[in-house]
Write a protein that binds this ligand. Structure first.
Ligand SMILES: N[C@@H](CCC(=O)N[C@@H](CS)C(=O)NCC(=O)O)C(=O)O
Length: 228
């Protein structure tokens, strides 16, 4: 299986994480996050909206990270990521869709993408508004974790894999020195969100975490000011 992606995309990390959990081998087809590359006719054949991730398997192409996770789960059922009972499956999709429909825009478009794209310095108001929405959503997630500390039920599911990479991106990008002065409130994450911090540590303890950690994030330490 080939995964078209760029290293550090939270949506692509969902797919590589799920592959690692399931022991599915894959090749990363790394792209540049540019219009030329993402909106090229060839890539639009694979991903009609020109977004990563997209996969190719034996002539079959699929985009949308959660569609890819559902495909992987159907093709490689062990371990199951979408529950083992209809009730669990419903809860997992509820959590995923809730996040993607109501949370990820504030988190990705109004915080992570602005900072990652270098536009954060000119967007303080948007960043602050985005951060306010994200904090209220994180507070709900903090309260709603299962008794076992996962998003749903007593083990890792697609809901954890959907949400975790984007929270890691949020923490990484808001830790940039030039953004810290905006005081968005995401540093000291663990003291503000102790249950979510415990959940992050449970995920980080899984072998799939290290195995899928974005190579680009390892290479570039955002906490250090950029060298001119
Ligand atoms: N809903 C999509 C979102 C994918 C997405 O937004 N990918 C970003 C990278 S993190 C992208 O390709 N952005 C390029 C663009 O929108 O032009 C999914 O879950 O796969």
């Amino acid at each position: 299986m080939k995964i078209h992606m760029f290293s550090g995309s939270g949506f692509a990390w969902r797919v590589t994480f799920a592959c690692q959990v399931k022991g599915v081998t894959y090749d990363e087809a790394l792209m540049q996050p540019t219009r030329d590359s993402l909106k090229s006719p060839a890539f639009l054949q694979l991903s009609p909206r020109g977004k990563v991730p997209a996969i190719e398997v034996d002539g079959y192409a699929l985009s949308e990270s959660m569609a890819i996770l559902a495909y992987l789960d159907a093709k490689h059922p062990t371990p199951p990521l979408f529950g083992t009972t209809p009730e669990e499956t419903g809860r997992i999709w509820q959590a995923v869709l809730d996040f993607d429909l109501y949370v990820s825009a504030a988190m990705v478009s109004n915080v992570i993408a602005l900072i990652a794209g270098g536009r954060g310095a000119n967007s303080e108001d948007t960043l602050k508004q985005g951060a306010t929405v994200v904090h209220s959503e994180l507070a709900s997630l903090e309260d709603d974790l299962s008794d076992a500390g996962w998003i749903v039920g007593d083990g890792l599911t697609a809901a954890d894999i959907a949400i975790f990479p984007l929270i890691e991106g949020l923490i990484r990008f808001t830790g940039k020195p030039e953004v810290r002065s905006f005081d968005l409130g995401f540093d000291h994450f663990g003291s503000r969100y102790p249950q979510l911090e415990n959940w992050r540590q449970m995920i980080k303890a899984l072998p799939a975490y290290e195995a899928s950690y974005p190579a680009y994030w390892r290479e570039i330490d955002l906490a250090q000011p950029a060298v001119a």
